[in-house]
Write a protein that binds this ligand. Sequence first.
Ligand SMILES: [Zn+2]
Length: 261
Amino acid sequence: MARIDPSLKQRQKLYDANAHRCCVCKRYDVGLHLHHIDEDSSNTIDENLAVLCVEDHDRHHRPAAYRVNHLDLGPQKIREHKRSWEAFVAETRKPSPAVIATLSAYGSYEQIHSLQLVLQWAERIEYSRSYHLLDGNMDKMTDAVMEELKDFGPGVQIAFIDKPLPIEHCPCCGSGYYRKLDPPVVIRHTDPDWSTQSTCAIYVRADVPWLELTFFMRNDELFHGSLHLCNGNFLHYHSDGIDERVAVRPKPSVRAQATRM
Ligand SMILES: [Zn+2]
């Protein structure tokens, strides 16, 4: 069958649906091609065209030319990358996307050594990118993060995870360590119905100053937490991933402080 090249309009539509990135490695600063997934160059329908960078395109066509080639880029794999990536990009453009960007810092407050951006759904990571001080300075790193996000919709929230982690955990220098948000946290931050569909059940223990709290989204349990008076001096809140002890102040009443917490 004769080759059919995609029209300019189809080309632009597909590049836009892929946020102008390779659907495999997500790079945007390289040349991009439209690749016929089934190798039939006359089958020029959207479903058969994947946006690939020149390198991944070449990896697919000449796998033996790479001494190290961890990517098994067969048609099935490329199709999976395309579907996953286009679904992610489409999600980011919804008014309340169910995906979130998380930014972790490594180093100290005086000297941030690297940043890591993770683009994630509640249950899985779509991709992540690390920025290292060696590539420039802090301004350059934050500019790069903003550049990374600018092709997505404006509704994507950015979560800054906690305080900087020590350099030993650096994703560039360490062992590929990364941080992301747990599914209940993502749901809480991204579900447009959180304010009307979430509930909290509170169980009051009669024998000790202790509350058990369970948070639900619709019918699904999201969090379980407990709040108790610890040694008479601290209000201690504990749940998965959160452990916070706050000193009890003389005023207002402990009950009022507990309610606020
Ligand atoms: Zn690529």
